[in-house]
Ligand binder design. Sequence first.
Ligand code: LMR
Length: 389
Amino acid sequence: MATLQVVVTGGAGQIAYSLIPLIARGVVFGPGTRVNLRLLDIPPSAKALEGVAMEVQDSLYSTVLDGLLATTDEARAFDGAQVAILLGGFPRRPGMERGDLIDKNAGIMKRMGEALERHANRNCKVVVVANPAPTNCIVLASHAPSIPRKNISCLSRLDHDRMAGMLLHEANRCLSGTPHGPPTGGGGGSARRRPLLGPADIRGVCVWGNHSNSQVPDASAVEFRVDGRWTPVSSVIRDTAWLNLSGSGHERLDADGEVVLGLTEAVRGRGAAVLGARKLSSAMSAANAIASHLADWLVAPVQAGSGSDGGKVAVVSMGVMSDGNPFGVPEGLFCSFPVRCTGNGEWAFDEGFLLKEEAGHQLSLSVEELQEEKAMVAEALGDDACGPS
Ligand code: LMR
């Protein structure tokens, strides 16, 4: 099988440092696909990039890696690229919103679009991670007109996975009757406990909209597999206000008097919470989400499990360009939607996913924000390449 040409920008950065081992161990493109990895970064990071390359060599990733290039030369990095993972950009600092990066990163995305257009394979698959990711996609796409629009995506899988993780945590807490703190499960103790629900025991998660505080984590279609049966979310987590199914934001106090955010606020604020705690943005979880996004899209999509949806590919959240799709988001905007992937580079909107009234209202606010960002970026670049808003 031919070797896959993969470029990662921001190659010396935090996310790349967590992502490279996943690529090199075959977690992203499959253990049978050999990868020629090109790591690109800016000249001030050249030394750090050299160090990363040394570590890759020292890790003896011999079965999947079929060549490594660490470079600051865009032409070499993008030459014939079949997959482009765009991590490079000015990072968010504590106290900043992702939208504050528009001016700083628009120029970088323009260059990346031009590099794709000049050097990459015409069928290159792209995932933009640098923030603000959906609006960066608009800039990138408008400077890479030969790359099919459906090939350009941005990461909302991190939001999706955060939401799934919080729902699982809460479901396990409810099922085990734990008043607060981490749920317990599995062995230990004399009483036989139900095993904890894991990622294969949840489906129907969707995050709509911008990768920002306006994103819409929508739990209305979520089901858990409890004792082998797919069960609606509200039969497991009875606090529907926490779930935001009623549309009202909700906070409650735990047994220690600590504020527990409602699901929507918690998912929206998770990036900032990690940033506040680590003083660095999420990297390990971002790399993992990129791996899942690409593996679903290009290799083998996650299955929805047994039950009514059994044998079907699972719905995942993915930032893609709207074509005036069934959910009514204006054409040309990049936005997170529920999609089903095929595993061979195709994806389709999940037209059966119901956009309920409250989520629809919240999505329209997020879309307004996306339109404002699009206008800002057009102004920052002083060009009309982003098209009409
Ligand atoms: C995230 O969601 O963690 C990333 O987009 C980084 C950030 O600035 O929040």
